[in-house]
Design a protein around this ligand. Structure first.
Ligand SMILES: Nc1ncnc2c1ncn2[C@@H]1O[C@H](COP(=O)(O)OP(=O)(O)O)[C@@H](O)[C@H]1O
Ligand SMILES: [Mg+2]
Length: 416
C-alpha cells in the first residue's frame, strides 16, 4: 500500500479504453509501470468487462460527445491525478485527445490538423498538400450527383463509395458499374452518429477511384515529430462489392525495398495528418508496377488484434511504443524476434441467426467466438459480420497463414 504522503505514480489518461487495443494498452502500461485512467460515458462504463475495470486506476465520467464538457471534465481530472500522457483507442476520439494533450501541455498531436486523422475528406486534403499518394476523390451530397460524377468518367470503374467518417468497412461499396450506385450512396450516407458515445458524424459521401493490387497496413509511432516505422502487415479482404477484412499476417511477405516504401509512405501519411507524439495506423494498396497508395490513416493503435500479430512476429509492442511517446519518451521499435503470426476471421455465408459455431482447437493457434448461437449475424458486408477469429503463431509466415487457413477451413458456422 502507498502511504498517503507519497505521491501517486504517474498515469496515462486513455480516452475510451474499451476497444480492441485496450488489452494491449493495459499490458504495456503494467510493463512500463504506468497507471491507466479512463475517460468515458457513464452508460458505456456500466458495460465495461471486469478485465478493464480491474486494470484502471481511476475513471473520469463525462460525456465524450460533448467536446467542451469532456475537455473541462478531463482537464480537471488529469490535473488532480498526476496524468503525464493522453492516449486513445478510437479513431473518432483522436481529435479530442489532441485537444486535451494541448490543454494540459502534454505530448500529443497537432490539434489543428487532428480532424484529418478521422475525416476522410479533410484527410485527402492533408495528403494532397503533403504529396502523399492517394486515389482521386469527389465528395457528393446526393445519388444524382454521384451518377453525374460516375458518368463523367473522371474516377473510372470500379468506383469506391464510402462514408466520410466511419470504420470497419461500414458503408463501403466497390461498384463495377452504375447499377447499385443509389443503394451504395444511401448505405454510405446513413451514419449520423457513432455508438456507443453518440459522437456526431460527417455524413457526406465520397466517391473514389479504385486502387488495384495487394493491401497492407503499416503503423508509425511518432516522437517529437520524428516518425519511427513499425512492421508491415499483409491484409486479406473479400473481393466483391463489400471489402471486408478476412485476415492479417506478419511479416508481410514483401521484399525489403517494398517494405521500406510502405513504411515511408505510412510515415508521411502520419505526419501529414498532424501526428507528432502518437501512433498512426495506415492502410495502403500497391497497384501492380506502382508504389504504395494510401487508402486511409488513423491516429490510433490498430484494431483486429494487429498489436498481437506484430508482437508475436517481431517482439515489438506497439502499445508500449505508443505509451512511451505520449509520455514524452522515445519509442523502442527494434525487432527482438524473427517469427510470424496470422489471423483469419470466420465469416458466415449470409445473414441469419447463428445455429452452430465450431472452431477446432489446433496446436499453435487460439481462437475466439464473438457471435454465439441464438444471436443474429448480418451479411458479411462489414466487420460486424465476423462470427469469430483464429490466430496462429509460427516460425514463418507461410506456416502461420497455412495454420490459420486450415482452422478456418475446418470451422463450421451454420445460420438459419
Ligand atoms: N479507393 C480504394 N481503392 C481500392 N480499395 C478500396 C478503396 N477504398 C477502400 N477500399 C477497400 O475498402 C476497405 C475499407 O475502406 P476504408 O477506406 O479503409 O474504410 P474503413 O475506414 O471503414 O476501414 C479497404 O480496406 C479496401 O480494401
Ligand atoms: Mg480501413
Amino acid at each position: 500500500m502507498e502511504s498517503s504522503d507519497e505521491p501517486e505514480p504517474t498515469g496515462v489518461m486513455v480516452i475510451e479504453p474499451m476497444g480492441n487495443a485496450g488489452p494491449f494498452l493495459v499490458r504495456a502500461a503494467a510493463r512500463l509501470g504506468l497507471r491507466l485512467h479512463a475517460a468515458t460515458d457513464e452508460r458505456v462504463h456500466a458495460g465495461y468487462d471486469p478485465w478493464l475495470t480491474g486494470a484502471l486506476a481511476g475513471v473520469c465520467l463525462t460525456e465524450l460527445a460533448d467536446t467542451a464538457r469532456a475537455l473541462d471534465d478531463m482537464e480537471a481530472y488529469c490535473r488532480a491525478h498526476r496524468i503525464t500522457g493522453v492516449a486513445v483507442c478510437w479513431e473518432l476520439l483522436t481529435p479530442l485527445a489532441a485537444l486535451l494533450a494541448a490543454r494540459l501541455g502534454l505530448p500529443g498531436n497537432d490539434p489543428l490538423r487532428a480532424k484529418a486523422a478521422r475525416n476522410k475528406i479533410t484527410m485527402a486534403e492533408a495528403f494532397r498538400a503533403a504529396g502523399v499518394p492517394v486515389p482521386a476523390q469527389v465528395v457528393v451530397a446526393t445519388a444524382e450527383q454521384a451518377h453525374d460524377v460516375a458518368a463523367s468518367g473522371r474516377l473510372g470503374w470500379p468506383l469506391v463509395v464510402k462514408p466520410a467518417e466511419q470504420g470497419g468497412s461500414w458503408g463501403v461499396s466497390v461498384l463495377a458499374g452504375p447499377d447499385g450506385l443509389d443503394a451504395a450512396v444511401a448505405a454510405a450516407g446513413r451514419f449520423t452518429r457513432a455508438e456507443p458515445h453518440g459522437l456526431p458524424l460527417d455524413s457526406r459521401v465520397l466517391l473514389q477511384s479504385y486502387v488495384a493490387g495487394e493491401e497492407f497496413s503499416a503503423d508509425t509511432v511518432v516522437h517529437d515529430g520524428v516518425p519511427y516505422p513499425l512492421p508491415v502487415v499483409r491484409k486479406d479482404t473479400t473481393a466483391g462489392r463489400y471489402r471486408v477484412e478476412t485476415g492479417h499476417s506478419c511479416p508481410a511477405g514483401l521484399d525489403p525495398g517494398t517494405v521500406r516504401a510502405v513504411q515511408d509512405t505510412a510515415a508521411r501519411a502520419a505526419v501529414a495528418v498532424g501526428v507528432r507524439n502518437g501512433i498512426a495506423h495506415t492502410e495502403v494498396k500497391i497497384p501492380p508496377g506502382g508504389g504504395p497508395v494510401v487508402i486511409e490513416t488513423g491516429a490510433r493503435l490498430p484494431g483486429d488484434d494487429i498489436c498481437e500479430i506484430v508482437e508475436a512476429a517481431t517482439g515489438v509492442s506497439e502499445a508500449a511504443a505508443y505509451l512511451r511517446v505520449v509520455t514524452g519518451r522515445p519509442p523502442r521499435i527494434a525487432p527482438t524476434r524473427d517469427a510470424a503470426a496470422a489471423l483469419r476471421f470466420l465469416l458466415p455465408d449470409r445473414a441469419g441467426v447463428v445455429e452452430e459455431v465450431v472452431i477446432p482447437e489446433v496446436p499453435g493457434t487460439h481462437s475466439r467466438i464473438d457471435i454465439r448461437p441464438g444471436q443474429r449475424v448480418p451479411e458479411p458486408a462489414d466487420s460486424s459480420g465476423r462470427v469469430g477469429h483464429v490466430m496462429a503463431h509460427a516460425a514463418c509466415v507461410d506456416e502461420a497463414r497455412r495454420l490459420a487457413g486450415q482452422v478456418i477451413a475446418d470451422s463450421r458456422v451454420k445460420v438459419s
